[in-house]
Design a protein around this ligand. Structure first.
Ligand code: HEC
Length: 234
């Protein structure tokens, strides 16, 4: 009886077939910080990289809502599973030369196994949103140029842009709290966000950028608003 049990246990442990199943999910969630600036785990929420929701069993380069895949990844013929993802995360460039993911890979086997264990759980279609690890990226989002920005339709008055003027080398941005701030023209960026988190049409938002407080981005609902909003005026 006891010997049978031992045999069963041994068989189970030798059968553990994949790295994803041997990793530590909690540590893997920490490791996901290396990805979260570019990848969301919410279905169809694409950033620099495609959403990773529903990744296992998906063909590489085929998420219909993501428009920026490289030809290299699209034509790779890879099917994402424990093995192929382990290979991809070890050295993306080696697996798919000329792919467009700016990431050098994770060489540590344990760190990769942990990350895969977390990802396998968090990208599962039934995964609860709080398991996705995106929430803890909120604070870092601005710094890392990605991450989870707040919904710009509900932004506070100090970030709602009412007017932008341009004179010589200076933009002046007036916000809904009545304040006007001046920016050197190379320190202000103009961006668009057409997603559900983006601003309302005609109501751009200003977001601080960089560490020193001298830079910011103004985010519009669409590119044609940019020229219409900025008035040359001295
Ligand atoms: C700086 C941004 C960036 C970082 C960091 C990054 N990725 Fe990516 N990732 C991308 C881009 C862009 C693509 C699309 C690549 C292409 O089309 O060649 C991509 C593609 C992928 C794909 C293929 C998805 C598909 O639909 O075929 C997977 C899987 C992936 N990344 C996982 C990760 C993981 C896991 C991490 C963290 C260890 C990570 N990435 C880090 C930008 C990034």
């Amino acid at each position: 009886m006891k010997r049978d049990l031992i045999i069963v246990l041994l068989t189970v442990s030798f059968m553990t077939p994949s790295l994803a199943q041997s990793g530590d999910v909690t540590r893997g969630q920490q490791n996901f910080r290396a990805c979260a600036a570019c990848h969301s785990l919410e279905p169809d929420r694409n950033m620099t990289g495609p959403s990773l929701a529903g990744l296992w069993g998906r063909k590489a380069g085929t998420l219909p809502s993501f428009d920026r895949y490289s030809d290299a990844l699209k034509s790779s013929g890879i099917l994402w599973n424990d093995q192929t993802l382990d290979q991809w995360l070890t050295d993306p460039e080696r697996m798919v030369p000329d792919n467009a993911m700016p990431f050098e890979g994770i060489k540590n086997n344990g760190a990769r196994a942990d990350l895969l264990a977390f990802l396998k759980q968090a990208t599962n279609p039934g995964a609860a949103p709080k398991q996705t690890g995106q929430a803890q990226m909120k604070g870092m989002g601005g710094m890392m140029g990605g991450g989870h920005d707040p919904n710009l339709k509900k932004i506070e008055p100090a970030k709602q842009v009412r007017a932008i003027t341009y004179c010589h080398d200076t933009y002046r941005v007036t916000t809904a709290d009545g304040k006007t701030r001046a920016f050197w023209e190379r320190n202000l960026r103009f961006k668009t966000d057409s997603s559900k988190d983006g601003p309302e049409a005609g109501a751009p938002a200003i977001m601080p950028a960089g560490m020193m407080g001298d830079r910011a981005s103004v985010i519009f609902a669409s590119p044609d608003e940019i020229g219409r909003t900025i008035k040359t005026q001295c």
